[in-house]
Design a protein around this ligand. Structure first.
Ligand code: AMP
Ligand code: MG
Length: 401
């Protein structure tokens, strides 16, 4: 199990283990943001419900447009007018229903009304400035599919057909453990020599919160087999997935893999990915387990590329792959690597298009490289980059939202 697995192969194998979807709950529409729809939603009404005006202006019959027309009614939004008599016009406002008989609306800027009679300048075409009934949604139409992660505009769309509640999947409970004897929790005093603050816990907490998942915080786990066994066992008993950081490398202080094997199965270890090679995946009893590396940048990158799609699938989400962009490299990579490299870069708009500037220190221990970047530039194994080459780009906003 020590060969490096290509990222795409590893991801496909890991995704195959995303088990049954969580239970379904119903929440008020306002609480639906970021949740995953548990059933497709069909509109039961037409939106808009009536042909209506797209402008403030005058509704008329096409054939009457060249005459001076008495204005016989006034139709604000929310009011339904009466049928339009031949040779007359109706004053109408945006969103108001088109009176029967009218087949165009002329915007008020092209009309002049004097003493209750309107004349029109310019051409008028059939259906002009009329928003037809059902142009947004038709009754019976599936408006949002099961598995959709609800965005603000989706809440608006659901409201537009009168939904007050939505059926969504219960948020996943993800247990997070930080392994490492050197770790100190921020707030627990100064560091002694050799100690470091636990940053991974906070990165993970933020990443999980952005996915609207619940983090079960299992704290810091000491680097010994007994503590690791106990912590993994307890975490798995109450969570939908267990995520650890650190302790999955090859040293004698790395106990996570061995204890996962005691408690369940280790299915995969070591990816051809940089940063983040020692990622492990398996299960503890029935609970899926993801062992992220310890280095803070590796945690971020492997979470975004591997853990995130797995968790989303486990949550029941049908997310499209994050969009891939292209940018010109403002850097070079001289030596081809054996792993797929995810360089931390900043994208800038230039007259020649997007340009990717590399963060100077790409060490997996340098978390600033993530904080001060807005994208990852993907350099496949065996390839080099010459300044000016096109490189594939993944936006951090679409990976860690
Ligand atoms: P490990 O895989 O446990 O050997 O950890 C690799 C590197 O990541 C070491 O330098 C650790 O000190 C560091 N590291 C591990 N866990 C954390 C953490 N929770 N926060 C910050 N750094 C960590
Ligand atoms: Mg460690």
């Amino acid at each position: 199990m020590s060969e490096l697995l290509p990222v795409a192969d590893a991801l496909a194998r890991i995704l195959a283990h995303a088990g049954p979807q969580p239970t379904v709950i119903e929440v008020p529409l306002l609480d639906g943001l970021g949740r995953v729809l548990a059933e497709s939603v069909v509109s039961h009404i037409d939106v808009p419900g009536l042909d209506n005006s797209a402008m403030d202006g005058y509704a008329l019959r096409l054939g009457d447009a060249s005459q001076a027309l008495p204005v016989t009614q006034r139709i604000p939004a929310g009011i339904v007018g009466s049928p339009l008599t031949r040779g007359t016009a109706a004053r109408i406002f945006t969103g108001a229903a088109i009176p029967p008989g009218a087949d165009a609306v002329v915007m008020q800027e092209d009309c002049s009304e004097i003493a209750g009679v309107v004349t029109i300048s310019g051409d008028v075409s059939a259906g002009q400035n009329i928003r037809p009934r059902g142009q947004d949604l038709a009754a019976g139409e599936t408006m949002l599919n099961k598995g959709r992660v609800l965005r603000p505009q989706d809440l608006g769309l659901l409201a537009s057909v009168g939904c007050a509640k939505v059926k969504v999947f219960r948020p996943l409970r993800v247990a997070a453990l930080s392994t490492g004897d050197e770790l100190v929790e921020p707030g627990n005093g100064q560091l002694a020599e050799g100690e470091i603050y636990n940053s991974n816990r906070y990165t993970l907490a933020g990443l999980l919160r952005n996915l609207n998942m619940e983090m079960i915080d299992c704290g810091i786990v000491a680097d010994n087999p007994e503590a690791t066994y106990r912590a993994l066992h307890d975490a798995a008993s109450s969570a939908d997935c267990v995520i650890t950081t650190g302790g999955v490398s090859v040293g004698e202080e790395d106990h996570v893999k061995n204890q996962v094997e005691q408690l369940g199965h280790l299915r995969l270890w070591k990816l051809a990915i940089k940063p983040g090679k020692p990622l492990a995946f398996g299960s503890i009893g029935e609970t899926p387990f993801i062992g992220l590396p310890g280095n803070p940048t590796s945690v971020f990158v492997t979470f975004c590329l591997i853990a995130r799609p797995f968790l989303l699938k486990l949550q029941g989400a049908e997310e499209a792959e994050p969009p891939r962009l292209e940018a010109r490299a403002a850097f070079s990579v001289e030596k081809p690597g054996i792993r797929q490299d995810y360089l931390r870069v900043t994208l800038e708009n230039t007259e020649q298009g997007l340009q990717a500037l590399i963060f100077a220190n790409q060490s997996s221990g340098v978390l600033s490289s993530v904080s001060h970047s807005n994208a990852l530039a993907v350099v496949p194994p065996g390839t080099t980059v010459v300044k000016g080459d096109k490189v594939e780009i993944l936006l951090l906003d679409s990976l860690a939202r």
